[in-house]
Design a protein around this ligand. Structure first.
Ligand code: MRU
Length: 346
């Protein structure tokens, strides 16, 4: 497997099954629409940009399967595209990517593939650009010392196709010698932080410590965090941010402690059709993710569960949303950036 986490191999999407990490690096080969949908639903492929690109490859597979004598059956591809886009509701990248490549179906299956490969190639470039802007911003906001950064969930090459968003910013900062240590939230209940981010940071040689999610506010209170860097699944027009459950609590704690809270995402994560976060559909996942651990029950049988996969952080709590275009949103609750003018960070 090369640096890209998603590879197109002659009609088959090849990736790492993220459920097996960190212990097992298992290759997953997906050659049908149903297999792609299932991989997205069970989080074998996860992370907003990654599920978008995987979904687009699902449309490629559908277009090829429904082509007879060079003519695509558009109705059948549309039906598949709708099923793919509905596999997970919160990250806008999935619907965005499926819509983008669906628009090429009338030109034939090869055109759908070409658009998807272009999207795949763009993703790494876009992430690096967003990550570089974010790293520049962090260094302007926290100029005085090597950084102690807190991050949540997994926003690296596994969650994208390459480089990552918030983890991409950590890579850039690390290349600049600006990282002292990264505090990695384990990210209950599926442990994307412990299983995936710790694995990626170790792979990249970036010093880090794993902590339980509920230690984050205390780490801030005890002066161990200079900045919080997270990704996003959807950013609405007013700057509200859907991201992995637990992100909202981090933003509240960061504001209280005057710590910059920075969201790094591609433009494709911004939803121009959604005014505020109130309209975001937050995926709720199975009770079993909470009532057990590693196949062992940890709660009494039949316990009722609330298991939202994401939360929505109000835009005013967010110091800045940074994309490949630069700072595209700045929060205004209190003054999370004492002494900084908007012009300083835009
Ligand atoms: O449920 P997941 O693991 O797909 O959730 C992923 C996140 O919340 C990420 O932070 C987000 O998708 C950004 S990935 C660059």
């Amino acid at each position: 497997m090369d640096d890209s986490s998603l590879i197109w191999d002659d009609g088959v999407l090849v990736t790492i099954d993220q459920r097996g990490l960190p212990h097992e690096v298992r290759e997953l080969r997906l050659g049908t629409v149903d297999a792609v949908i299932d991989a997205i639903k069970v989080l074998a492929i996860r992370g907003a940009p990654a599920i978008g690109i995987a979904g687009a490859f699902g449309v490629v597979i559908s277009a090829a399967a429904h082509t007879v004598d060079g003519v695509v059956d558009e109705a059948r591809v549309q039906a598949d595209a709708d099923r793919i886009a509905a596999a997970r509701p919160t990250a806008v990248n999935l619907a965005w990517a499926v819509r983008r490549v669906r628009a090429k179906v009338a030109e034939g299956a090869d055109a759908v593939l070409a658009e998807t490969l272009a999207m795949l190639a763009e993703d790494g470039r876009v992430n690096r650009a967003a990550a570089t802007h974010a790293a520049d911003l962090v260094q302007r906001l926290c100029p005085d010392r090597p950084l102690r950064v807190l991050t949540h969930c997994n926003t690296g090459r596994l969650a994208t196709s390459a480089f990552g968003t918030a983890i991409g910013a950590l890579r850039v900062l690390s290349e600049r010698g600006a990282i002292e240590n990264v505090l990695v939230d384990e990210t209950r209940p599926l442990l994307q932080g412990a299983r995936l981010t710790a694995w990626e940071l170790a792979e990249a040689g970036i010093p880090h410590r794993l902590t339980i999610d509920s230690a984050a506010a205390w780490a801030m209170a005890t002066g161990q965090v200079d900045c919080v860097l997270v990704g996003a699944d959807r950013v609405t027009v007013n700057g509200d941010v859907a991201n992995k459950i637990g992100t909202y609590s981090l933003a509240l704690a960061a504001l209280h402690h005057g710590i910059p809270f920075i969201v790094v995402a591609p433009e494709s994560t911004r939803d121009p059709n959604m005014a505020t976060g109130r309209d975001i559909v937050v995926e709720e996942r199975a009770a079993a993710e909470v009532t057990g651990f590693g196949g062992v029950a940890t709660a009494p049988e039949g316990t009722q569960v609330f298991n939202p996969a994401f939360d929505v952080t109000p835009g005013e709590l967010v110091t800045a949303v940074v994309t490949e275009s630069g700072v595209v949103h700045r929060g205004d609750a209190g003054d999370p950036l004492p002494g900084k003018e908007i012009a300083d960070i835009a």
